[in-house]
Every structure is written in C-alpha cells, then in structure tokens.
Design a protein around this ligand. Structure first.
Ligand SMILES: Cc1cc2nc3c(=O)[nH]c(=O)nc-3n(C[C@H](O)[C@H](O)[C@H](O)COP(=O)(O)OP(=O)(O)OC[C@H]3O[C@@H](n4cnc5c(N)ncnc54)[C@H](O)[C@@H]3O)c2cc1C
Length: 390
C-alpha cells in the first residue's frame, strides 16, 4: 500500500483550504469526505458568510483574517469565481455590551479596539448617521455603528468548490462518499492508517477537519470540549425588493441587548429571488450531526422575526422565502482548536468553527500546511492549542 504525504479528512471550508495549501507545497495528498462537498449537511453552506478584519472575538484572529482576505482574492483570480464581495459591514450596538458573542462580551468595543490597534479602515457612526445612510435600519439613539468598508461576505459553497478544484489542479486526489471509520498509528509510529468504508490508506500526516463529526473521531477527553448546535438561516423577503440590494445595504451584525442571544446578523440580497439572509444564534440543546432535524418549522421563522427583525429592519416581510439548517461546533471559550492529536503525533486536529471560522479558512489552511512541511507556521496558531483547556 503506497503512503501519502498527507490525508485530509473532511472537505468543508477548512479541509478544502488545507488540502489546497498542502497540494501547492508539492505534497502527495488525498482528500476524503463522507459526502460530496460542497453539501448542506455540515457547517459550510447557506450561500453567505460574513468576513471582516477587525475581529471582535479577539486580536489573535486579525492576522488570520487579513491574510485570508489576500488569499480569497488570489483564489478568485486563479479560479475565475466571484467569492468575496467587499460590500462593507456595519456592527451595531453599544460599547461595553454584556451579551456574549462567540465567547466574548463587549463585541462592539472589541471590534473598535481591534480596528484601531491594527489600523483597519473604519468609521464610527452615530445612530442618526447610520439611519441617514441606511434607512432600512431603525436604531435606538444610544447605539452606534462601526462601519468597515473593506469587509463583506463570502460565498461558502463556491469557496469550497474552487479550492477543491485548485487542489486537484495542484495534484491532490479526492475521494468523496468515503466515510472514515478509524484512525490509528501504523508502522511503529511513522505513519497513520486511515480506514474508510472503502479501504485503508497510509499517510505520514493526517489533518482531521471533520467539522461537527470531529468529536466522533477523537478520544473522549478531546470530544468533551465540543458541542454541536443546530442553527437556522432564514431568507426573508423585503418590500420593496431593491431596498436591500447590494450597494444600498451592507452586511450587518446587530447586538441589540445584554441578554444571551440578543443579537442577529444579515446580508444584502445576493440571490435571484431577492431574498435577504438573516439569522441569529442558538445555544439551546446540543445535537448530533447524525440525527439533527433539518426541516425548519414555521414557528421557528416566526420567533426569529418577532425577537429580532420586527421594528428593526424597515420593509422586511415576516414570512421567509426559505430557511435552512446548519451546524456550529463550539468550544467553551468560542475559540478554535488547531493542535496535534495527543496520542498520534502525525495527526492535526482542526476545528475552526464556534460560528466564526469560515472567513479565516485559507489562512488557517496555509498555516497548517506550513506546520506540516516546515515544522512551524508564519501566523501564530498557539492560541488554539488544546492545553488551554487544562
Ligand atoms: C449558520 C452558520 C453561520 C455561520 N456564519 C459564519 C460567518 O458569517 N462567518 C464565518 O467566518 N463563519 C461563519 N460560520 C462558521 C463557519 O461556517 C464554520 O467555521 C466552517 O464552515 C467550518 O468548516 P469545517 O470545514 O470545519 O466543517 P464542515 O463544513 O462541516 O466540513 C466537515 C466535513 O467533514 C466531512 N466528514 C465528517 N465526518 C467525516 C468522516 N468520518 N469521514 C469523511 N468525511 C467526514 C463532512 O462531510 C464535511 O464535508 C457559520 C456557521 C454556520 C453553521
């Protein structure tokens, strides 16, 4: 049996990026996925993802976001696909807010501090100025707007497809419909054996990027750090439709209270039906990716509209055109896990979710590839070590 330099398990946002970056470094690589990405069973679907440089989740993410913005543009050039739309982003709320967002309080204040520290182009707007520019918003006078003109949205399915195609151009092999059922150390520690339902492969390095299924493939002591949560994305219909078109409306994240869950986010319309994607976050009951409910009930859309949209977005109609379920794989502190498997030195555990990983995926893929090929990465991955959990 021939040995690959590296096998990437899971080809969603993170795995596709890592496979592409490993292949570019000249390694003999194989990408495995149980489905055929891009697909709608994991975490990397739903047409739109926010990307921004001033990261309210912490300064450690800013270099990842900035490098990713460079890489998204390069990937666009290489693939000929439109992946990153820099339509501007507005963070609305108050400084010092107590609501937790991806593990941190004061998301507005942290975002502004990040922009100031890293010299990221931005404006701070009074509520009245936000409403003058964007009359679609009805904002309380005590809130402010942080506007980042270079931020915007990514098209996740296209990003995944483009990177898988580029990985193949650089020599990567892909096997879809190949569920990994076991990972074990082989040949006295020199290689890792990866068993799928279709056979066994050896590799010197393995990157485990299985998203919400990752807890099933790691020891229980590591799986205990992750919880999978069902999230619902809705596409509401605006009236008039052009009011929320790109150029007239930005991406937004709105922290509208201090209670857990008192925030939502949305995008300008980007689909043929003119619908506007709007969502909040739900950390109620953990789920399993195997038996999570993918159907969305009308009551869920109704609750979303009443709790977040009504009275805040002028002209948005209460019934969504469509809704879809997606999964968060969250850690207790909302930060990523990028580290070596404690029992198998050749295996990298890669979980960059907690609801905010997609934007960083090409830079993370590049850093993981550097670690494998060069033994160290240009960007700092130390904040994502497992040792922080004690
Ligand atoms: C609703 C929602 C909104 C989000 N919004 C944003 C945002 O605005 N900005 C942002 O930056 N991030 C956002 N995120 C987070 C971001 O999308 C995730 O961080 C990212 O998609 C995670 O990608 P992944 O590759 O880790 O997981 P996935 O995309 O789930 O990929 C994992 C892959 O592993 C495969 N797999 C699993 N088990 C096996 C196995 N045993 N064998 C073989 N293959 C396997 C699966 O089929 C899947 O293709 C959001 C997430 C959700 C759900």
């Amino acid at each position: 049996m021939s040995t690959y330099d590296a096998i990437v398990i899971g080809l969603g946002g993170l795995g596709a990026a890592t496979l592409d970056r490993l292949a570019r470094r000249g390694l003999r690589v194989l990408g495995l996925d149980r489905f055929a990405p891009p697909h709608d069973r994991g975490s990397s679907h739903g047409e739109l993802r926010i990307t921004r440089e001033a990261i309210g989740e912490g300064a450690q993410y800013v270099p990842l976001a900035q490098r990713s913005h460079q890489l998204w543009r390069e990937i666009e050039q290489e693939s000929g696909e439109s992946l990153f739309v820099g339509c501007g982003l507005l963070v609305i709320g108050k400084r010092g807010g107590a609501a937790r967002h991806h593990g941190q309080t004061d998301f507005v204040g942290n975002t502004i501090a990040s922009a100031e520290r890293f010299g990221i182009r931005h404006e701070i707007l009074a509520a009245v100025e936000v409403e003058r520019r964007y009359p679609q918003f009805a904002i309380g006078a005590d809130a402010l707007g942080y506007f980042e003109p270079g931020a915007g949205f990514l098209r996740p399915e296209r990003c995944v497809a483009a990177q898988l195609a580029l990985a193949q151009l650089h020599g990567a092999e892909l096997q879809t419909g190949a569920r990994v059922i076991a990972l074990e150390q082989a040949r006295a520690g020199a290689s890792v054996a990866v068993t799928t339902e279709r056979g066994r492969r050896l590799a010197r390095h393995v990157v485990l990027a299985a998203g919400p299924w990752l807890p099933e493939l790691v020891p229980a002591s590591i799986a205990a750090h992750f919880r999978v949560y069902r999230q619902v994305q809705h596409w509401f219909t605006p009236d008039p439709p052009e009011a929320f078109a790109r150029g007239r409306f930005p991406v937004f994240i709105w922290m509208h209270g201090d209670d857990a869950g008192a925030h939502f986010y949305g995008f300008p319309s980007d689909s043929a039906d003119g619908a506007v994607k709007i969502a909040s976050e739900d950390y109620g009951t953990p789920v399993s990716p195997e038996d999570v409910e993918h159907a969305v009930e009308a009551a869920e859309a109704h609750a979303m509209f009443e709790q977040h949209v009504r009275g805040r977005l002028r002209g948005m109609q209460p019934r969504p055109a469509r809704s879809s379920v997606c999964l968060y794989t969250s850690t207790p502190d909302g930060a990523f896990v990028i580290d070596v498997h404690p029992k198998m030195a050749g295996v990298t555990i890669l979980s960059a979710c907690s609801g905010h990983g997609f934007k960083h995926s090409p830079a993370i893929g590049e850093a993981v590839a550097e670690r494998i090929v060069d033994g160290q990465s240009t960007l700092d991955l130390a904040p994502f070590a497992l040792s922080r959990f004690g």
